[in-house]
Design a protein around this ligand. Structure first.
Ligand SMILES: [Zn+2]
Length: 317
């Protein structure tokens, strides 16, 4: 359970991811993980350890965190929050940006410590059922059903607002992006946003088409979200360093350009194999091919997203 739980997709947890993919029998050494805390703005902090970035609103009413990384790190995360010396009040709410184990893996210890977990409806459904995650091709992972304590207690279809620390912290659902349960979390008073894995800094993004994600949805989510954000907003990506809207725009530009190339190839009735052989995304490879999602895996992702292929390869004629 533990290995399967943590094996799900993490960019800064590449070793664990690929170890799990290869079926090897070792966990990361959690004792070596340190939680780095960065003040983003006002009373908003960003926490980095292993897995997805955490946003924390820390103030007189207590603490709200967005995402909770992995269960073995919960004590360290709690200690890092206490170490700020701002409040002795607990983590009252955890908002999950989506269901992947490198973002929601700490739900059990946090809920056992008294936090209320909030997420979009599909996050709870996917945690409860388990299933397969992947890009419909070479990136594939089985996800075991989560235990009851991991399930969000409060779910919402479209949006929810948590009124704490003098701020209207709003989680807004964007359908079919990285998964089918993504939320972007807005901290309007502090001018900060947590994008979840709809925006990442590790190169070509992982799009979990097996869990209802799509490149079109990811583009749409980023365009809609950026349209309502001030130009100087501080952007916490799902993975990677603190960013700004220019970084998001560069990411969206790449998604649109690469999608257009694959769409054109599809119209020319090219097969996935031909697209890989012809290296149709080569102009983007240098800047965007990463350790996690290499160029061929991203061609697969776009191909499968556009053809609605969620699992087994279906030949395009
Ligand atoms: Zn994810």
């Amino acid at each position: 359970m533990r290995r399967l739980c943590l094996s799900i997709i993490a960019a800064s947890l590449l070793s664990a991811f690929w170890v799990a993919l290869a079926g090897a029998q070792q966990d990361p050494d959690w004792s070596k993980v340190q939680i780095k805390v960065t003040k983003v703005s006002g009373n908003i902090y960003m926490l980095e350890g292993e897995g997805g970035n955490i946003a924390a609103s820390v103030g007189e009413d207590g603490i709200v965190i967005v995402d909770d990384q992995f269960a073995p790190l919960a004590d360290k995360i709690q200690a890092a929050l206490k170490g700020l010396g701002i409040t002795d009040k607990p983590v009252r709410f955890v908002i999950n940006t989506h269901y992947h184990g490198d973002h929601a893996g700490g739900n059990v210890p946090f809920s056992q410590a008294g936090s209320t977990v909030i997420a979009q409806d599909n996050v709870r459904k996917r945690l409860e059922s388990g299933g397969a995650a992947g890009n419909g091709g070479s990136i594939k992972m089985d996800v075991k059903p989560a235990e009851k304590a991991a399930l969000p207690i409060i779910t919402f279809e479209h949006d929810v607002t948590v009124h704490l620390n003098g701020e209207d912290i709003r989680a807004l659902h964007f359908p079919a992006g990285h998964t089918d349960g993504d939320s972007i979390i807005f901290f309007p008073k502090n001018n900060v946003v947590h994008m979840g894995d709809d925006f990442v800094r590790y190169g070509f993004p992982f799009i979990d088409v097996a869990s209802g994600g799509s490149v079109q949805g990811m583009i749409s989510a980023m365009e809609k979200a950026t349209a309502q954000l001030p130009v100087d907003v501080k952007v916490i990506p799902g993975h990677g360093q603190l960013s700004n809207l220019d970084d998001v725009r560069e990411f969206v530009k790449m998604l649109k350009e690469t999608s257009a190339v694959v769409e054109k190839a599809l119209k020319q009735h090219k097969t996935l194999e031909q697209m890989k052989q012809e290296k149709i995304l080569d102009p983007w490879a240098k800047r965007w091919s990463g350790d996690f999602v290499k160029t061929d895996a991203f061609i697969e992702t776009l191909y499968n997203s556009m053809t609605g292929t969620k699992g087994e390869f279906v030949k395009h004629n």
